[in-house]
Design a protein. Sequence first.
Length: 386
Amino acid sequence: MNYRNTYIEIDNSILEQNAKVLTRAYPHKYYIAVVKGNAYGHGYGIIPALKRGGINAFAVSNLDEALKVREYDSDCPVIMLEPVHKEHYGVCASKNISVCVNDSETFEDIVSSGEDLKLHIKVDCGMNRLGFKVKSELEEVYAKAAEDPKLTVEGIFSHFHTTGIADNEYERNLERFKELTADIPLEDIPMVHIDKSQTIMAHDKVSFTTGVRFGVVLYGFNLMNKYSNDLKGRLRKAKADLINMKNHVKPVKPYPELAIKTALTLYTEVIQVKKVQKGEYVGYGMRHLAESEEYVATIDTGYADGINRKRVGSMVSINGKKYPIIGEIGMGMCEVLVDDKVQKYDKVTVLGSEIPIRSITRYVMTTMYELMTNLDSSIQRIYKES
């Protein structure tokens, strides 16, 4: 039960349509929805909608997230992109969750567990984070896994550290993957996945891949930098093209027009309205001084909910009109400079809908990833079909 009128509304119809757009635009055998970070803040109630849209596999960071996915789906592959502690392989086996093999020690732990497990082998092509970067070690692990009757090599994958739009690192990463896997029969591995949202848009499909991971684009964000047709946009594009030419960067595909939309909106309510006199302060730290008689609404959300403290000065929407946040954002409340039309219990749009997420990320100088995943998981998610 929700005892606050602070909640996140998710339009599952939009997410279903986004999935349909992407699966039609980028044909693969496996369409992997990346749902780590509480499904980018959307919560796992989106799983059925994504499946209806054509998604047939899911990727998460850890076992906790994988088990959340399993609450909504018992059939699709659920891939952990990070290794799990060796104590938990039994849970992975019982719930049919695919585990990440990122080094030889992890593989030996898997073998020692004696569990029947599906494996996704991680290849390090330049990120220097997780995965095999020595060809002989990779080949040895694959050979042992392929011979072990309790193990199934379900996938092999990598995560490139650049999109290759303004550099040659994507091509170098791809060549490195080819070198490391040259003596591994990729055609015998069901899921070969290296592309993410941006790289699949910028580059042609790699012939030997069978899967693609859709991350932020699935939630309505096309991060490819399209230049406007005005003079400023054309000059920016010309400058970027010149730099790429000087650096011998391979041209990328034309950026696609994708009919995708965002589906997340954070709402709260006004819990009090006060008339503040000229010369009075509002909130902590004397951050706002009333220069005349003002109306101030306190709303029921703050940084404990994931509201960035840099949002002071940005807008919320009440009754279709935008008003600025003032003072200092508190843990569970913040103040908004309003007018005499605003009343107690009025609904407030804090993020999404009339307050675009992308504009707020620019305002607080962060990313969509951070902004959405910072939304507290205890806030109720309400799923609707429009």
